[in-house]
Ligand binder design. Sequence first.
Ligand code: ASP
Length: 463
Amino acid sequence: MQRTYISETPQKIGEQVTLSGWVHIRRDHGKLIFLDLRDQSGVIQLVVTPKSPAYEAAQALRPEWVIQVSGTVKERPESMRNEKLETGNVEMNVEELVVLNQAETPPLPLDTEGLDIDEEVRLKYRYLDLRRPRLQRNIRLRSELVQRMRSFLFGQNFTEIETPYFSKTTPEGSRDFVVPSRMYPGQFFALPQSPQQYKQLLMTAGFEKYFQIARCFRDEDLRADRAFEHTQLDLEMSFVEQADVLAVIEAMIITVAEGMGKKIKEKPFPRFTYQEAMEKFGADKFDLRTEEDKQNGVLAFAWVLDFPFFEKTDDGGYTFTHNPFSMPKPEHVESLLKGESIDGIMTQQYDLVCNGFEAGGGSIRAHKPEILKAVFKVMGYTDEKIEEDFGHMLSAFSYGAPPHGGIGMGIDRLAMILAGEQSTREVIAFPQSSSGHTSVMDAPSEITSDQLKELGLQVKKSE
Ligand code: ASP
């Protein structure tokens, strides 16, 4: 069988073709049966006349049945064209119809935008929810976004490298998800909050331009723009200064967004110091768009630079504001090494803001062991603890680590903004619900007592 995609039918007027897809809508007009057939490329109107050998089979059809039809593509008369459909100038006269599968009546409507349907129902039946055209568009837009980023970066000589998901606890300011080890009862892997340490090890290994579309795992409270796992364009470069990283990312964003038909408010992206942003907007994330920009889907990017390295903790100590692996500004390296004037130490950290969201963040890194060590000292780590947790990084840096820096860009948020959606759940195929359960499979769930035993674990029911 030579299958034709629905989107190709306007070029096939007068031809005999075979289409496959789902019954989107069915309408009976007197004796004629009209069907809208949907495949991944679009929707077309099918007509089944009482004379057609397929008539009887067509009478039994219900929405979401899966069918294959053969017939002739006809140009519709001028007055019967449907401007809303890309195939609106044609229809198909069905001569042959095969039912490939029947379908129960869907438990949720699929011919609406779906935004007013209860989230639990949408996610329980996500495989149906995803059939709606809005989500089909969103998921494809996300795929295009990633494809365009990849092709830009390959054009700049980057290497795409995967790093492990089974790893060690990482300090990125969030709680870790941990995985118990069967072979070493009582020991745990941690899922990476980001590939931060691995990408720095890759710089040490001589891969001077690295990127990866990486999954990051963080056990945080959920929000419309935050889930337990998120996807990040993770990138790192050697022998660079802040200006080099910003230039690559800015060029990539402009190429990708404009390639996808978006308008960017201001180029080059405006820059604010953290202090300026706080004074002007009261926050380090802000929206530079006017009401008119918002209506027109304009993207307003801005860089925020010069963050304080540390902030005070409730118990009077210090913690990092963004990333413990960052390099202080050159004029503050001395203070860091001496552990003095901590509040005044600024880091070479940069955040990218888009339409009120943090779209990405990164920094120039500490590439010398003594600088990294000094950061953990400020945070009150003992020598033993530093060695235990970060000995591998200190060791790596002692073998000729190049100066380096990079960034992590949130793919879910960028896709959400590009799609004009309000929640990242609208651009993730199988997102978690706002109550922290997974789509369709409804994890987390209990495991068997045998599994627990094998892992050397015992669950204590909380009182
Ligand atoms: N590791 C950082 C993050 O995940 C990004 C970076 O600094 O490259 O937020």
